[in-house]
Design a protein. Structure first.
Lengths: 307, 325
């Protein structure tokens, strides 16, 4: 298939859409690390919970939007519950204990989801108002994917306003800088931590619910996204929301374009079957190469939060 | 850092126990039990590799499964080329374990040098995420590279050979794995007691002070990372022979997690900790896996309880707290 401008444009949009969904995942992860100093492997499980509750909610009510609310709310509630019961005990522990405890949470949440929802994938349909395609001049494009881009941008804007312009945002930023000081100033730091964790969980759940309509909803869907989110925040700088945004767009676009272009570039000087195999293999490694390059040049990421 | 007397007794009991159980199984004609004991020995070996950097060096690598998988693929690829007679990279394949092991360790060591050189520029949470990410990179390469099975993995038609033994018999393969584990544990004990081991532990406890007395933290950590990757790679080669299969699943991130779990359940930084941990993990899987398909839920709960309330693992419980912090 020839590489036309229309195809490149379409793939770029796909990359941006993928990047914005990665941003929703990465924002919570980086916020929780920045404020509480915690590495949370179970963030992918919250993404999965969001997708499952959205699919179940949409199936029960027949309304995608109610499902979306249910998925986001369920992830936020699960996040708050996990923070109060387990995560709270981990803030003073070393990273090894945090990795292990949240690895254990993945096992528990994955098996728990299997027990509640059964071993088979669920399916979530795109709402009628967002189905079909729209003509963008160069190419027709899926309305739902376009809506995901809009959603991602709206949430990013909301988050920026929340962190930058509200009283809660001031407390969160203060918590990143000096937790003893803001506790001494009378901020209820335990409640603040629970709130930040639940906010991150809600963003992950929302991402899972939104992506659930274009993928199948299944146990284990969260971990590949979690690992990509790690790459995003390593590139962007751990603890930085702006870094998460830039990193997510870099990863989303490079990954999507790599998978699209590399096999076609190799095909110009190799046999078609070899080119597609090698191209796909190298494309899947591309973002990690970018991450390695960023590490060599900027070991603390592009936007170090505590520079 | 001499072991306490109690810990030596526990270590001896673990090493001999691992030998005696399959001996009993051989007498009772329970080949499955022998295979389980072999699995414990191999997983323990992989854990011993990780324990060098995680337990003694304080580096939490969350991507060690990559070396396990690469070792497995070396065994599978060399064996496949030995069968087909087609050379690989200009060299003939081999179905001799004594040839495969050094190659597996070399390849895993080179990969560890590359990953370690980059990852060790960072520390703490960055190090955890970056080792995980590099392991995922190789994992996705293995999945999408079709030459050696891609997503389906690479079966070994016959097990590779060891002089004087018939590795197709469970008991013989067990002896190979147990022997390798004991030799490597001996080497690790010597390494820990050496100047290098002292430097590694000094860096974990206080990198600035170690640097002030003339130790190069980056160099020492990198050498430890490479040795660690080589040992885990050797374990991977053995695992491919045990399961007669090299698959991308060997380097999945869950495997990296399991290797850390093995070390923690046994006791971080204990010489025989990985053996205790591997025995617990395999024992747990066999016992509860037979009762409920949701055994991983219970594993998660037990693990959570160990992390939150019972640090020190099994050896910590049996032999008292480690004297070195």
């Amino acid at each position: 298939m020839p590489v036309t401008l229309a195809l490149i444009f379409e793939q770029m949009l796909n990359g941006v859409q993928f990047g914005l969904m990665l941003f929703l995942m990465s924002a919570g992860l980086t916020l929780v690390f920045g404020v509480m100093g915690l590495i949370n492997l179970a963030h992918g499980s919250l993404y999965m919970l969001g997708a499952f509750f959205c699919a179940a909610g949409a199936a029960a009510t027949g309304n995608f939007w109610l499902g979306l609310v249910a998925g986001t709310a369920a992830a936020a509630a699960a996040g708050a519950l996990i923070e109060v019961s387990v995560i709270r005990r981990l803030y003073t522990r070393d990273h090894l204990d945090q990795v292990l405890a949240t690895f254990a949470l993945i096992l528990i949440l994955s098996e728990g989801t299997k027990m509640v929802f059964g071993p088979f994938p669920l399916y979530l349909n795109v709402p009628p108002i967002l189905s079909g395609t729209v003509d963008l001049g160069l190419t027709p494009y899926s309305v739902y994917r376009l809506a995901l881009i809009g959603f991602g941008l709206a949430v990013a804007l909301g988050l920026w306003l929340l962190i930058g312009k509200t009283r809660l945002g001031i407390r969160i930023r203060a918590g990143e800088n000096d937790r003893e000081m803001i506790a001494a100033l009378g901020v209820n730091i335990r409640a603040l931590y629970t709130l930040v964790f639940a906010l991150g969980a809600a963003l992950a759940g929302l991402a899972g619910a939104l992506v659930g309509a274009v993928q199948s909803v299944q146990v284990g869907m969260g971990e590949p996204v979690l690992i990509l989110a790690f790459v995003v925040i390593v590139i962007g700088g751990i603890g930085s929301i702006k870094g998460a945004m830039v990193g997510a767009l870099i990863v989303g676009v490079i990954d999507t374009m790599g998978r699209f272009l590399l096999p076609r570039i190799f095909a110009t000087f190799m046999e078609a079957s070899d080119a597609s195999g090698l191209g796909a293999a190298l494309a899947s490694m591309l973002i990690y190469v970018v991450m390695a390059l960023v590490l060599i040049l900027r070991p603390k990421g592009l936007f170090p939060a505590h520079a | 850092m001499r072991d306490t007397h109690k810990e030596t007794v526990v270590n001896l009991a673990l090493g001999l126990g691992l030998l005696l159980v399959p001996l009993w199984a051989l007498w009772a004609d329970q080949p499955f039990t022998i295979t389980l004991a072999t699995r414990i020995a191999i997983l323990a070996l992989a854990g011993v590799g990780l324990n060098l950097i995680l337990g003694f060096g304080g580096m939490v690598s969350f991507g060690h499964a990559v070396f396990f998988g690469v070792g497995g693929y070396v065994a599978g690829i060399l064996s496949q080329h030995a069968t087909s007679g087609v050379p690989v990279l200009g060299l003939p394949g081999s179905n001799q374990m004594l040839v495969i092991w050094p190659v597996a360790m070399l390849v895993a060591g080179l990969l560890a040098a590359a990953i370690g050189a980059l990852s060790l520029r960072t520390e703490g949470i960055f190090f955890i995420m970056i080792t995980l990410a590099f392991a995922q990179m190789v994992y996705y390469f293995a999945i999408s590279w079709p030459a050696y099975g891609g997503e389906d993995g690479l079966p070994l038609v016959l097990r590779n050979r060891f002089p004087g033994l018939n590795t197709m018999r469970p008991w013989h393969l067990f002896l190979v794995a147990w022997g390798v584990l004991m030799v490597v544990l001996g080497a690790m004990a010597a390494l820990r007691a050496s100047r290098f081991g002292a430097a590694l532990m000094a860096i974990r406890q206080n990198p600035e002070r170690a640097a002030a007395v003339g130790i190069n933290p980056y160099g020492v950590k990198l050498v430890a990372f490479v040795i660690s990757g080589m040992v885990t790679g050797l374990a991977g080669a053995l695992m491919a022979d045990l399961s007669r299969f090299a698959s991308p699943a060997m380097m999945a991130w869950t495997m990296s997690g399991e290797l850390i779990v093995i070390i923690i359940l046994g006791g971080t930084g204990r010489l025989f900790g990985p053996l205790a941990g591997a025995a617990i993990l395999v024992g747990f899987e066999v016992t509860f896996g037979g009762m409920t398909e949701h055994w991983k839920l219970w594993l998660g709960l037990v693990l959570l309880a160990v992390v939150l309330f019972a640090r020190g693992g099994l050896i910590g419980a049996l032999a008292g707290r480690a004297r070195h912090g």
